[in-house]
Design a protein around this ligand. Structure first.
Ligand code: OGA
Ligand code: MN
Length: 288
């Protein structure tokens, strides 16, 4: 069945997709249309979905193999393809409050960062707890020429360990959160990686800025202060209002984002509200 899309942003960087029930088996034509839509728009919003974990996994698999997150403490025990983000704990996973409240592209600290992620809002606050998305095609396109020249062909350093330490320093154990440590194997798999600051999207052929506040810690071949200052400027540039969409969640929303051309950031909410989400993540390629 053909899909129809309605822009949620002036630039049509985010669209609402109608005509697809994600719980049903999909034909090749629908998947091809969704793939094209993702290359074109970067964030696809599906409303009023009702998915079992098996159905979410099956739908996500149409776009590639699924990523099993290395921080396995958040994985659903019987379906490790699903990360459970819940402030009350759910599905056998301890509570996690507002884990992604910094600008990031999921798992950019791996050599092959994910293609994209699907986040399913099961129980969401009536207000607050929005997820912000930044258009990294737009961020690249609007960079001043001298900055474009400065970053073209350069690489940045991505690492999870500093972020992990920063998150750990916030003690949320009073909320029932688990203050777990990474084991040696996890630490080894989080060795820093280099990615081009400007990447070419393999499907759209467009250039996107590919650095993020959460996991990018320096610029290859630049001093620490200079690199961090440039990263700060790039982040400020990429998160200016015209490039950002704020998603106000309704229960049953599924948001499918392209991790190669966006960053996202969780926002706060009244912890008296329950917020439970399931994420599946699609494996990606080496950025170039
Ligand atoms: C994620 C994420 C943000 C949110 O699921 O990858 O960063 O608002 N979520 O929960
Ligand atoms: Mn995330």
């Amino acid at each position: 069945m053909p899909i129809s899309t309605k822009p949620l942003t002036a630039s049509d960087f985010v669209v609402e997709v109608a005509g697809v029930d994600l719980s049903e088996p999909q034909d090749a034509e629908t998947i091809a249309e969704l793939r094209t839509a993702l290359g074109k728009h970067s964030v696809l919003v599906f409303r009023e979905q009702s998915l079992t974990s098996e159905q979410q996994i099956e739908f996500t698999r149409h776009f590639g193999d699924l990523e099993i997150h290395l921080v396995r403490q958040y994985l659903m025990p019987e379906h490790p393809e699903i990360i459970v983000l819940s402030n009350v704990g759910a599905d056998g996973v301890k509570p996690t409050a507002n884990g992604g409240a910094y600008w990031h592209s999921d798992i950019s600290y791996r050599a092959k960062p994910p293609l994209g992620s699907l986040l399913y809002g099961i129980e969401v606050p009536p207000e607050g707890g929005n997820t912000l998305f930044a258009d990294m095609y737009g961020a690249y396109d609007t960079l001043p020429d001298d900055v474009k020249r400065k970053v073209e062909g350069r690489k940045a350093v991505h690492s999870y360990l500093e972020r992990f330490k920063a998150m750990r320093s916030i003690d949320r154990s009073h909320k029932g959160e688990d203050k777990f440590e990474l084991d040696e194997e996890q630490k080894k798999s989080f060795a820093p990686v280099l990615h081009p600051i400007v990447r070419t999207h393999p499907e759209s052929g467009r250039k996107a800025l590919f650095v993020n506040d959460g996991f990018t810690i320096g610029i290859d071949g630049m001093g620490d202060d200079e690199g961090k200052a440039l990263l700060r400027d790039l982040n400020v540039h990429a998160t200016r209002e015209p490039l950002v969409y704020s998603h106000a969640w309704r229960p049953g929303d599924v948001v499918f984002w392209d991790n190669r051309s966006t960053m996202h950031c969780a926002t706060s909410y009244d912890p008296a509200y329950t917020r439970t989400m399931h994420r599946t993540t699609i494996q990606g390629d080496t950025p170039y």
